[in-house]
Design a protein around this ligand. Sequence first.
Ligand code: FAD
Length: 396
Amino acid sequence: MKHRIVVLGAGYAGAFAAGNLARRLSPSDIEITVVNAVPDFVERMRLHQLATGQDLAFRKLADVFAGTGVRLRLARVTGVDPGRRTVTVTGEDGDGELAYDTLLYALGSSVAHHGVPGVTEYAFDVTGRSSALRLRERLAGLGEGGTVLVVGEGLTGIETATEFAESRPDLSIALAARGELGAWLSPKARRHLRHAFDRLGITVHEHTGIEAVEPTRAIAADGTSIPADVTVWSAGFAVHPIAAASGLEVAETGQIAVDRTMRSVSHPDVYAAGDCAYAIGENGRPLPMSCASAGFTNMQATAAIIARLTGSEVPTTGLKYHGNHISLGRRDAIFQMVDRDVRSRSWYLGGRTAARLKSGVLKGAGWGIAHPTFGMPKRKRRLATASDRAGVRAAA
Ligand SMILES: Cc1cc2nc3c(=O)[nH]c(=O)nc-3n(C[C@H](O)[C@H](O)[C@H](O)COP(=O)(O)OP(=O)(O)OC[C@H]3O[C@@H](n4cnc5c(N)ncnc54)[C@H](O)[C@@H]3O)c2cc1C
């Protein structure tokens, strides 16, 4: 019987991890199944671009995994039973159950509503492809002078507001910030950001927490009403409640609590990577939900899975947080490095060079996932002997 590895989610973390496992482990011993809700590899980092109407071609996951031996199951995960080592799914084929020996949970995240009234009913977001497409349709129907309010001064809020302002100069774009715009940036980078907002004509409402969203306006905590034909909610990411409901130990955020090797602290045959993992970085702080963290955590998870299954020493790979690379439309960006305490360093890179670099990072991430067989080792690793394998299972 083969060792069944099931990977939940084929985003940046899951798709890369599945390809990596297939590249390194022998198909004689291992069966890898990836479960994903949609047939494409969705580059979430480009969803604000998609919302503005840019044509983006997302690769079919079936093409990505062709020739790798990875089985693709298109279905929505509805639950995990770590006691029985099963996953329940629902899809076009109806409801089903998948059994696993090792599970890699990488279901990512979606928009965080924070319970604010009206967000679910009236606000748009760019955290998933379907919501970005809904917003794209709404923006396309918005005539000259239409008002758009982006709520949230985090990275996604900044990227969204600047992308919209650059591609739709006929609209009136505003951003509501709870604090001050770019407060965490170095003074020079912050000046750069403010200059970009001025250049693009974006109105900034600072110290403005939005407490309700209505069809044509948003209401701030002090009662101020901000007109908005379209409100885009960019106030953070939240993880799916599946992990918490399954009995896996989770952090307050609902992310799966993992050890240094990305192994669940409560269920050793479960690993987590990407946005849904509560992973502590080398600086002693939780890694932020980001593509970079998805890269580091999936590399660590796959290295640990391979080592444990093949009976070798588990390596520790890097879990770093270098900084943020923020697009400001297609022709400008800010690359801000941070120190160990997540304080911005005084040095930053801005302008066209930073934009070109960011474009290269996005392309590189997509390319790496689309070419899982690149660098395929000549000999794949076999599992440890049958008795060792039984031991690995028992230990798991
Ligand atoms: C507009 C935008 C811009 C961003 N820009 C940046 C940036 O510049 N830099 C950066 O580092 N990060 C950025 N991020 C954050 C980054 O995209 C995420 O941190 C990253 O996608 C996390 O990777 P992941 O694999 O954990 O999750 P995801 O990429 O979200 O993948 C999760 C996968 O799981 C699937 N899935 C979800 N639920 C289910 C289910 N129930 N059943 C089956 N399948 C399911 C999804 O379809 C998806 O394929 C941005 C995010 C957004 C929205």
